[in-house]
Write a protein that binds this ligand. Structure first.
Ligand SMILES: Cc1cc2nc3c(=O)[nH]c(=O)nc-3n(C[C@H](O)[C@H](O)[C@H](O)COP(=O)(O)OP(=O)(O)OC[C@H]3O[C@@H](n4cnc5c(N)ncnc54)[C@H](O)[C@@H]3O)c2cc1C
Length: 811
């Protein structure tokens, strides 16, 4: 075995083999894979190995397309052909209009990635799949690229190609320990000796946490037992004369594909079971869990009803194996939070279909620092701290039970709720709050008029629409109060804090004491990495001169990692997270100043505390740090309160607000108002796929600054010119919001993609943001949005639809 290499990939399933191969493709050939047994002896060997193009967002569709193209190439390799049934086609069934709407949206979204899905009715489903009945069926989504692959030959082919490119694979070499050195390099200890390297990759499937423990981390990944069986030959399949398409059924929770002349049917039973929670037998290799068909009788019945021929044949083989789940169902592919030079590709529950793409995305991140698609949806840093094994197990069970039932917009499922709360959570619940989950935090979406009030989840505007309109009206005409918990907040101190931040932001962010500014961070490719508010808090009896860095609720680990990585060895900069210590109360509306004057002894006049100011004060007797910033477009105060004083501050504000018609408002009202102002959301509208000029943020870039992270690359991008631009659109139809990912069409071609959408209640317009081809991005330009199966006309309008002069904000 080599004694040194650049990257050690631990684990030889599809995740490890794909990563190794793609590292060589990205130009790194001095790389090694260590496998404790034989390749594919974890989960991969017994996978049903379906390979679909279907994904919940464009990144997932894009990486699955990569898998499919790669697998086709491997199939066609005359030297080592992989067995791949590509193009059998597959149908996702539906028996509700809301599911059909979802499929129409996913088809629109995939079109933007060059993938064509078809939404078909029940008769067409039965025509394409002669074994199914149309009972209780509305239709389905057809994926013409669907198929299945032989997992063992796929992994061998990837390893073979990687070896040819210079990589080495050591089988029967269990990793037994990991030591990280001061320079962030690693020694990987194995049964066969040690190997030093720059970077380690955990690709250990259901043993992820054994290797995680070796580096002192716990990954939010849990295994579930998962079963399928393979039937004897079915005469109708032989008679059909063509291969059967795949089926995935959210009505009865099973999937089905052809295996020889029979069917392979896999089940997601309600009575499901976690596996290996208390440790895994070291001899569980190439192994299965005991069969337990009794557990699946509930879903089996649904499969029999849909495919009566299934009930007529015997079962040949049963497979029950561990499959990994994360807390939100998507895998963890990227940097390991809190670690340097450590990556993971874990929590894959559809690793054969996705593995080609995930390995590609990870190799790009390792070699180039960023992948070609924004990888936030699979970024291991998207959960921050609350994702312990108990919570992950609850969400894994829920996810397993709902495998093919996608989340509707604004649907937040019941398992593992109340993971992160404040003293106000029960108070707001008593006021009628309907909560959403934001990175574990319970955040009020809107306030219900009665305890019985319910919304019907779907893709159209729902019953909360008039309530949100009322909340917006209260903010516009009087004053509203909104809790924003979990907002990320770092305190940055040290003598080099200013020059450090100046280097991190692409613009000039104010350094004046008592002032607040907004800044953007770029990666080394000149693309948008982050967005943060900087507040310069003067020294007081609460502390020395400090900078507060505020960013989105889920960005804590991501931003901390990015900032820490850039602190020079000789720089005096300290970053402390206050994210879980403080909560924001937003007071917004024309009467907000009057309320502030009633609760706090400071000068709150427009001259005494102008827009973009920060000061420490008391709200009643609750200590607070107040910033005059606004995401609603009304006069507003962001009141940051230590959690111990939150309820006291809330009571003071509610009390004083009574005289001014104060009303509680939630995140849906905020969403409506920010869309009318042209304000952006990180990871909805601010993506690593676009630079700040394309995203309409040129006023936050200062190319005259001597240097900032990403400047050289951005200079080149300026020379090359923009490919897309972010615009605001006004839709001609008010029935449903535009959903992120929907395609924008011109003359039958896709020319853009929606990032956000919603109704602007103050301007009475259905608005959307979209990235469109740069040469088409002029106000007045008209398009069609491929919107839930309809072509809805939309026209580009000015980004600030409400109060473009900012008169309200300045008060
Ligand atoms: C019944 C069933 C059906 C499935 N059907 C499908 C499907 O139709 N389509 C699909 O896409 N996915 C499917 N999956 C999921 C898919 O099989 C997995 O997502 C995939 O195989 C996971 O691959 P992996 O490489 O992450 O993990 P694994 O295959 O488990 O590989 C991890 C490897 O790491 C090695 N390892 C562990 N610890 C160490 C160590 N200390 N040192 C060195 N090596 C170590 C292990 O020996 C193992 O070889 C199915 C899963 C199951 C259980």
């Amino acid at each position: 075995m080599k004694s040194h290499t650049r990257v050690v990939v631990i684990g030889g399933g599809i995740a490890g083999c794909s990563t190794l191969y793609h590292l060589t493709q990205e130009g790194w050939s001095d790389v090694v894979l260590l496998e404790r047994n034989e390749l594919t002896s974890g989960t991969t060997w017994h996978s049903a190995a379906q390979v679909t193009n279907f994904g919940m967002n464009q990144t997932m569709v894009g990486l699955k397309t990569h898998s499919i193209n790669l697998y086709k190439e491997l199939r066609d390799d005359a030297d080592y052909p992989v067995s791949y049934n590509h193009g059998d086609g597959g149908i996702r069934l539906a028996n509700t209009q809301a599911q059909m709407d979802g499929y129409r949206h996913f088809a629109s979204m995939a079109r933007g990635m060059g993938v064509e899905f078809e939404v078909i009715d029940a008769e067409e489903c039965a025509r394409r799949h002669p074994l199914i009945s149309t009972d209780n069926l509305l239709g389905g989504l057809w994926d013409g690229n669907d198929g299945d692959i032989d997992p063992a030959s796929l992994c061998q082919a990837l390893a073979r190609r990687a070896r040819t490119a210079g990589a080495e694979v050591y089988r029967n070499t269990p990793v037994t320990g990991l030591t990280q050195h001061k320079d962030d390099s690693w020694t990987v200890h194995t049964d066969q000796g040690d190997i030093t390297c720059e970077i380690v990759v955990n690709a250990c499937g259901y043993r992820v946490n054994e290797v995680g423990a070796m580096m002192g981390v716990h990954h939010p990944v849990v295994s579930m037992e998962h079963q399928y069986f393979v039937t004897e030959d079915i005469p109708a399949i032989v008679d059909a004369g063509h291969r059967m398409p795949l089926l995935r059924c959210p009505i009865s929770d099973y999937y089905c594909r052809q295996e020889k002349n029979g069917l392979l049917v896999g089940f997601y039973e309600q009575d499901c079971k976690t596996w290996g929670m208390d440790g895994i037998d070291p001899h569980f290799v190439n192994a299965l869990c005991p069969d337990d068909l009794d557990r699946i009788t509930d879903v089996l019945e649904g499969a029999f009803e849909r495919m009566p021929a299934l009930a007529e044949v015997g079962i040949k083989t049963i497979v029950n194996g561990p499959i990994t789940y994360t807390i939100d169902g998507a895998p963890l592919v990227g940097p390991i939070p809190g670690k340097r030079n450590a990556f993971c590709i874990i929590g894959l529950r559809a690793g054969l279909g996705e593995g080609g793409g995930h390995g590609w995305m990870l190799a790009q991140q390792i070699v180039h620092g960023e992948a070609c698609y924004d990888s936030w949806c699979i970024d291991p840093r998207r959960f921050t701290g609350h994702t312990n094994v108990e919570l992950t197990a609850l969400k894994a069970i829920e996810d397993y039970q709902n495998e093919f039932r996608f989340h509707f917009p604004n649907e937040h499922r019941p398992a593992g709720r109340m993971a992160k709360t404040t003293a106000l959570t029960p108070v707001l619940a008593a006021e009628g709050a309907e909560f959403a989950v934001v990175n574990g935090w319970e955040r009020a979406e809107f306030f219900k008029p009665t305890a019985q009030f319910e919304v019907t989840h779907g893709f159209h505007f729902d019953e909360s629409f008039p309530l949100v309109a009322q909340e917006v009206a209260a903010v516009q005409n009087a004053v509203g109060l909104c809790e924003v918990n979990g907002f990320n907040r770092f305190e940055i101190t040290g003598t080099d804090a200013r020059p450090f931040l100046d280097r991190m932001f692409c613009g000039r962010v104010t350094a004046r004491a008592g002032r607040v500014g907004l800044g953007y961070l770029l990666n080394h490719h000149g693309m948008l990495k982050g967005e943060a508010t900087v507040a310069n808090i003067p020294a007081s009896d609460r502390g020395p001169d400090r900078i507060w860095y505020g960013s989105a609720a889920a960005s804590e680990f991501h931003d901390m990692d990015w900032l820490q990585r850039h602190i020079g060895a000789d720089e005096d900069v300290q970053i402390t997270s206050l994210t879980n210590d403080q909560t924001i109360l937003v007071l917004a509306g024309p009467k907000a100043r009057a309320v502030m004057q009633a609760v706090s002894r400071a000068d709150w006049t427009a001259t005494g505390f102008p827009w973009l100011s920060v000061r420490e004060c008391f709200i009643g007797f609750a200590p607070a740090t107040v910033m005059s910033v606004s995401f609603s477009g009304e006069l507003a105060y962001e009141i940051h309160v230590p959690n111990a004083s939150l309820y006291a501050a809330y009571l003071a504000l509610r009390d004083a607000g009574q005289a001014h018609g104060l009303r509680l408002f939630g995140a849906h009202a905020v969403e409506s108002m920010r869309l009318e102002k042209g304000y952006l959301h990180w990871k909805a509208d601010i993506l690593t796929e676009f630079d700040p000029f394309e995203t309409g943020l040129s006023r936050f870039v200062d190319m005259a600054k001597p240097d900032f992270v990403g400047k050289a690359a951005l200079e080149q991008r300026v020379v090359d010119g923009p490919s897309k631009r972010l615009v605001t659109l006004h839709l001609s139809d008010d029935g449903a919001p535009a959903h992120g990912g929907a395609s924008l069409m011109r003359d039958g071609a896709v020319v853009g993609t929606v990032t956000s959408g919603g109704f602007g209640h103050r301007v009475q317009k259905n608005l959307a943001y979209a990235f469109v081809d740069a040469d088409l991005a002029q106000v007045g330009a008209a398009f069609d949005i491929d919107h839930l199966g309809q072509m809805v006309p939309a026209v580009i309008v000015d980004p600030a639809q409400y109060d473009p002069q900012m008169a309200h904000v300045r008060g």
